[in-house]
Design a protein around this ligand. Structure first.
Ligand SMILES: [Zn+2]
Length: 266
């Protein structure tokens, strides 16, 4: 009798477990569809984590524009660390704040930096997918891509200058020398001397300074891109790092540089 009871209990337990499984299956079948807002949020999280597959999964497969966006993750992975961190932070800090649904179409507005931008979404097979940003966003993205590419060029030059210094008694080439040739021996990249936005060469400010004569290599710059990128100018510092600074600040630094010294950014 005791044995039979045990068997019955086991049978009940098995039924319960099976029932639980069924519930799970039923639950999965009724999985909540992500709202357009959630889809955009997930896209930003994936972009911020440089997760290309994750970003792609939130986008309309046929959208070339969105493909460009998530494929840019490959470039971001090659960008200088300081640039990469800024971009991923932009995605991580993007705030989705408005959602308008009209049948199978939706517009989700989000804020990136100080800019409010809309994404258009469509419902395909019951799921919301990002079809693309508005033209306004595209223009900003193109601009951003050029700015990143410009900083990447400057970084190559910054590293080349450091290598030159190491082999030349800690000095950098004179601006009135054949500096491009001297630096390119280390950069090995003719394109790195030109801004991708306006195709103009970067301005070199070196004057044969020795590393030991610098006040602060992290604030004194050797190269400047004179083409504006979103109201800023890209510069390469004597320590090899690159950054964007407000146009006026860079111009003032160049104007106020003492003879034989590099311009210094406060
Ligand atoms: Zn540039």
């Amino acid at each position: 009798m005791k044995k039979l009871f045990g068997f019955a209990l086991l049978a009940i337990m098995l039924t319960l477990v099976a029932g639980e499984k069924n519930d799970n299956v039923a639950g999965a079948g009724k999985a909540k569809v992500d709202s357009p807002k959630v889809v955009v949020e997930k896209f930003f999280v994936a972009m911020g984590n440089l997760d290309k597959a994750g970003a792609k999964s939130q986008c309309l497969e046929s959208s070339k524009i969105m493909a460009q966006m998530y494929n840019s993750i490959d470039n971001m992975k090659n960008a200088p660390k300081e640039v990469q961190q800024k971009i991923t932070a932009n995605f991580k800090n993007a705030k989705v704040f408005d959602e308008k649904i009209d049948g199978d179409k939706a517009i989700v507005e989000f804020k990136m930096g100080n800019q409010k931008v809309p994404f258009i979404l469509v419902k395909i097979e019951g799921k919301w997918k990002i079809s693309g940003p508005s033209e306004e966003v595209l223009a900003a993205a193109r601009e951003k891509a050029l700015a990143i590419s410009c900083l990447t060029h400057l970084k190559i030059l910054g590293q080349a200058i450091r290598m030159y210094e190491d082999e030349n008694k800690d000095t950098i080439p004179m601006a009135n020398s054949d500096w491009k040739k001297l630096i390119n021996e280390y950069a090995q990249d003719e394109k790195a001397f030109i801004c991708p936005k306006n195709q103009a060469p970067y301005r070199y400010l070196g004057n044969g300074q020795a590393d030991s004569s610098l006040q602060d290599p992290s604030r004194e710059f050797v190269f400047v891109c004179e083409c504006e990128h979103g109201g800023k100018l890209n510069v390469c510092f004597a320590d090899g790092h690159v950054a964007s600074h407000p146009v006026q600040a860079v111009k003032d630094a160049i104007k106020n540089a003492k003879p034989g010294k590099l311009p210094l950014l406060k």
